[in-house]
Design a protein. Structure first.
Lengths: 329, 215, 211
């Protein structure tokens, strides 16, 4: 059978797989504990086979690694395990800072991310938005990334879905406002230090700044009680610390993608930010401490299994490496 | 003329931003405020320049019937579709329920997210093939990675569940991040900051002119 | 026609189109990639038009009861930036570029010096122990001081890394390696999270299989 034929068969098989998933399999799909344990056992066997082959000098093809990662990420969605989750001090500090705010406090939430980072940051934003609305914190939304304000709209909608009473309770312009995006990266923060109005003459729908009850008396950062920044890179937390915190004395916590989080720890240690939520685990911890279980918590089992697969692959690679080295000697 | 004026602009603007940090009063705060406004507007044009350049390159590719030109046509069509709906939507162009928002949720989000998500597979493949404890330094790197990968997800605490709470994996991951990582990141941060200060000074004083290009 | 259902199916095909690259480069991936480039450029084009040009420039310069005339200079600089598209007058785009470079250099110089150098140095020069500190806190303080100092020694290339200086540089490398390891671990976490989001869409939103 030639390659072309194999590819056609593979394509047909993939289409059939998705059609079966869509129209044949039960919805939702849940594995029993027995099936879950069998799958885990099967994965262990696969790893032993990979180890043996690697030790024989036959490195497995990269597409098999891809498939393995895909399976490790997907199957835990259908499993039911209770996982212990401890809230880290930096996430607790974020929560404590929010808890210390009296009702009516003005919180500036900057959404500095785009859809690719949403799996990590959206759960934090969703939990925060619901928490803020329920605790009568006034939220001023903006974005240094063009997509940020739209992601914020999704968080607002998620808060309303999670707690339908909020839809009636919370009023746009009074309890929250979305100022939208402004070009200029960190220069926007500099400009806001002089005056919010100059950087955001209108909100994202074109309503003049002075006609919005929530912000018409807000001149600059001096009128903001707290700030929470959801950041996926530049411009984001680093720029907010450098300008907002160190220059204009803003009090701030941050939610970061896992890629960015390690670089933000020195700011946390120096007290430039009061709290930090890093990646999916940070989001899950925040969901746990606020009691607003969402996507991050449900993703944790898949996240764990993917980490184990990567660790397993590294160990196998290294076992083979040391064996080769020993053989070479 | 072609080089002198840009050098003067760079010097004046750079100096204003530095001085206004120390003297945030008239006239420097006013100038800083103006420059900040201008920067936002120039930033928008820079993005348009990129978008228009993409259109120019794609159009030339179609006209010259270069390899894969139909995909360039697809790029132009996609660009025009979202731009037309964006203009048509007015100031509330991205409100939930608009066509622009529909394109954002079902096309832009799907494509951009998946594009970046592919990295998950490549990072795993690279880990298997290239991540080796060749020497002591590489072993340190590997061990730190293990601590973080296990400690940041519940499975780490499950594995070390027999230990008292404060000795479980998540606490060690916290320690690695808050102490060891902070020390290393801080050293890098200070090093970069000092380098950046000297480079900025060279740019403002006109000693570094590479951004002006040739001629 | 239910546009939401159509949207979900379209998004699923787009997602699978991109994922197909894992097998090899193919026509579905190329099509999805081309659409992504066009849609992204168009998205940015429109958002900058409405938020920066209309929401800021137009309101400040024209619509406001007290127009701010200085923003016209920003507009002129922006238009000069577009000269880059022409080979003949492209050189004039250096003016707005010089403005951007100057502003960035001036602002970054102060931002980085204060936040990333001064504050970080200040936070490292700390009392090793204070009343009430446990032994672990004292140990951590010592580790941070040693780590930052040795890390900086490693970056100091004007003196040969030998003797006591070399030992400090070596310890600095160890700290940097642990830092890179932690960053690698977090990068793995991040990348896996991104894929989880897509799988959640495919098997949850589209195929409705996830509980």
């Amino acid at each position: 059978m030639n390659t072309r034929m194999k590819e056609i068969i593979a394509t047909v098989a993939i289409v059939a797989f998705f059609l079966i998933c869509k129209y044949v399999l039960p919805k939702p799909l849940e594995f029993s504990p027995l099936v879950s344990n069998l799958i885990i056992g099967a994965m262990a066997v696969v790893f032993i086979i990979i180890l043996i082959r690697t030790l024989q000098g036959k490195y497995i093809e990269r597409r098999i690694v891809f498939l393995l990662v895909g399976i490790a990420l997907l199957l835990p969605f259908f499993m039911q395990f209770d996982l212990p989750l401890q809230v880290s001090p930096e996430v607790k500090a974020t929560y404590d800072a929010l808890e210390s705010l009296p009702p009516g406090s003005k919180v500036l939430a900057s959404f500095d991310y785009d859809p690719p980072s949403a799996p990590e940051l959206q759960p934090m934003a969703d939990a925060f938005m619901q928490y803020a609305f329920e605790n009568d914190l006034k939220v001023i939304i903006m974005g240094l990334w063009p997509q940020g304000p739209q992601q914020a709209n999704q968080s607002i909608e998620a808060a309303f879905v999670a707690n339908p009473a909020l839809r009636e309770k919370v009023e746009y312009g009074v309890d929250y406002v979305n100022l939208g995006f402004q070009a200029g990266n960190e220069f926007v923060i500099v400009g806001m230090g002089k005056g919010f109005r100059s950087m955001f003459p209108t909100d994202m729908n074109g309503t003049p700044y002075d006609s919005i009850p929530l912000v018409k008396n807000i001149t600059n950062f001096g009128n903001i009680d707290f700030s929470l920044n959801f950041s996926a890179g530049k411009p984001g937390t680093v720029e907010w610390v450098q300008v907002g915190v160190d220059r204009y004395k803003l009090r701030m916590a941050a939610g970061n993608t896992a890629v960015q989080a390690p670089a933000v720890y020195p700011y946390l240690n120096a007290g430039q930010i009061v709290g930090l939520m890093g990646g999916m685990s940070g989001a899950a911890e925040f969901e746990k401490i606020t009691g607003k279980t969402g996507k991050a918590t449900t993703y944790l089992l898949s996240q764990s299994s993917a980490h184990l697969v990567v660790i397993g692959l590294i160990i196998i690679g290294n076992v083979a490496f040391f064996r080769e080295k020993k053989g070479g000697k | 003329m072609r080089r002198e004026i840009p050098l003067v602009i760079t010097f004046v603007v750079g100096v204003v931003f530095v001085i206004s940090y120390f003297i945030p009063h008239y006239p420097f705060n006013e100038f800083e405020s103006w420059f900040t406004d201008w920067f936002s507007i120039v930033g928008a044009f820079a993005i348009w320049l990129g978008a228009l350049n993409l259109m120019k390159i794609s159009t030339l590719k179609i006209v010259k019937q270069k390899k894969d030109w139909p995909f360039s046509a697809l790029t132009i069509v996609s660009f025009l579709i979202i731009v037309i709906f964006g203009f048509y939507g007015g100031k509330g162009f991205r409100d939930p329920g608009t066509t622009f928002d529909w394109l954002y949720v079902y096309v832009y989000t799907a494509l951009s997210s998946t594009m970046f998500a592919l990295l998950a597979f490549f990072v795993a493949s690279a880990s298997y093939r290239a991540f080796r404890a060749r020497n002591f330094e590489a072993t340190l790197l590997l061990v730190a990675a293990f601590f973080v990968m296990l400690g940041r997800v519940p499975v780490g605490d499950m594995i070390t569940g027999f230990l008292p709470l404060e000795y479980q994996m998540s606490h060690w991951a916290n320690w690695v991040m808050n102490i060891l990582n902070t020390a290393g990141q801080r050293a890098i941060m200070i090093g970069i900051a000092l380098g950046l200060v000297s480079t900025s000074l060279r740019v403002i004083l006109g000693l570094e002119r590479s951004y002006l290009g040739g001629d | 026609m239910d546009w939401q259902i159509f949207g979900v199916w379209l998004a699923a095909f787009m997602t699978l189109g991109i994922i197909s690259f894992l097998y090899k480069d193919n026509v579905f991936y190329k099509a999805a990639e081309a659409i992504f480039i066009g849609i992204s450029a168009g998205y940015w084009f429109i958002v900058f038009f409405w938020d920066s040009m209309v929401g800021k420039f137009y309101v400040q310069a024209i619509e406001s009861p007290e127009p701010e005339h200085h923003v016209w200079v920003g507009l002129i600089l922006g238009i000069l930036m577009l000269a880059r598209l022409s080979n003949k007058v492209g050189w004039i785009a250096r003016w707005p570029l010089a403005f951007v470079v100057g502003a960035t250099a001036g602002l970054y110089m102060m931002m980085f010096f204060v936040s990333n150098a001064m504050v970080q140095v200040q936070s490292t020069i700390m009392p090793l122990w204070e009343t009430g500190d446990g032994w672990f806190t004292v140990f951590n303080n010592i580790v941070i001081i040693i780590g930052v100092t040795c890390g900086l020694v490693y970056f100091f290339f004007s003196k040969k890394h030998e003797g006591a200086f070399g030992v400090a540089a070596k310890i600095g490398i160890w700290f940097l390696m642990v830092t890179f390891g932690a960053s690698f671990g977090y990068t793995v976490m991040s990348r896996m999270s991104l894929m989880l989001g897509r799988l959640d869409f495919l098997f949850g939103t589209w195929l409705e299989m996830i509980p």
